[in-house]
Design a protein around this ligand. Structure first.
Ligand SMILES: [Zn+2]
Length: 320
């Protein structure tokens, strides 16, 4: 039985979409304000190592915020500190530690938690904490991969409390990137089109997806990707909802597209197989994706961590 709460909403956000921090973006350039946040008695920092956030796993998993005033013990240079925003009155920061070995296993953070892959832990965290973790991971990963100016090649420096990079030579500012991706459920009557990539677990099918290109609308990208990957022509495209996907910096834009043809010709570089499935087949496979772990090889949909799961659920609800 599907209920409305299963569709992402402000009260029940999609995974990585629940970040409630006040980003206080207008204060990032205000050095006095940022210094006051850094010296706030309750300011905390979330350490990252190897792109994994520090998680407290004592009881239910939660972000292992550390008092910022203790930062000097394990990271004396705070120039790389990333200001994430305000949690009520509490300033929240993140920092990437670049030690060779795991500092939570045999370093300064021993006993403070465990560094866990963001994708692995996300569904066990609160919606807010998963959203904060996604935000921090994307920006930290961007810093690591954008050390040099794309304009002149000089080494860049962090600025705006860790939220931009600046070139000391040509003065170009570089902002964290977000890569738009269209992801779409193609439907025709009571059937929908799903595809599988060779890398998927056995039996799993999902919605088609692809990066939106420069100068392209979301709707055009949907129609192009569907045609390229499956040979199916589509007409009306409806935007449904979106999801930040921090691996490394995608924004998934979920749509439902109406098919006007049925004969499938897959792009074998992208897909191993694609097919039309009935509403009943999909409903059963969706429940399986929640209630039984992959590995049985049976037809299944993506896990609820993925926007594709919610697009499929939204269509089932619409057509109920
Ligand atoms: Zn430059």
């Amino acid at each position: 039985m599907f209920v409305a709460m299963d569709i992402p909403s402000p009260d029940d956000p999609i995974t990585f979409g629940g970040n409630q921090l006040d980003r206080a973006a207008l204060l990032r350039q205000d050095d006095a304000a940022i210094d006051a946040f850094k010296s706030h008695k309750d300011a905390t920092v979330l350490p990252f190592w190897d792109l994994r956030g520090l998680i407290d796993i004592e009881v239910d998993p939660m972000l292992a915020w550390q008092p910022l005033k203790q930062l000097r013990y394990y990271c004396p240079d705070d120039s790389e500190l990333l200001f994430l925003g305000l949690d009520g009155e509490i300033p929240r920061f993140a920092i990437a530690l670049d030690e060779e070995s795991d500092p939570a296993r045999d370093g300064q953070l021993k006993g403070r938690g465990k560094f866990i892959d963001v994708r692995t832990v996300a569904s066990q965290l609160s919606a807010h904490e998963a959203g904060v973790l996604a935000h921090a991971r994307s920006v930290i990963d961007w810093h690591i991969r954008h050390r040099f100016c794309a304009n002149c090649g000089c080494k860049t420096e962090t600025a705006a409390a860790g939220n931009t990079r600046e070139c000391p030579d040509c003065k170009t500012q570089h902002f964290p990137r977000t890569d738009p991706v269209s992801i779409m459920l193609v439907v025709k009557g009571d059937k929908c089109l799903l595809g599988r990539k060779a890398m998927f677990p056995p039996g799993m099918y999902s919605a088609l997806a692809g990066f939106i290109e420069p100068g392209e609308t979301i709707e055009d990208a949907v129609r192009r990707e569907v045609l390229e990957e499956s040979g199916i022509k589509t007409s009306e495209v409806r935007y449904m909802f979106s999801q930040p996907w921090p691996f490394p910096s995608s924004l998934m834009m979920g749509c439902i597209a109406e098919a006007i043809s049925e004969e499938i010709t897959i792009d074998e570089e992208e897909l191993e197989h694609a097919g039309w499935f009935t509403r009943d087949e999909i409903a059963e496979a969706l429940e399986r994706s929640i209630n039984s772990p992959p590995g049985d090889g049976l037809f299944r949909m993506p896990h609820p961590i993925a926007i594709a799961h919610h697009l499929i659920r939204a269509w089932l609800l619409e057509t109920a």
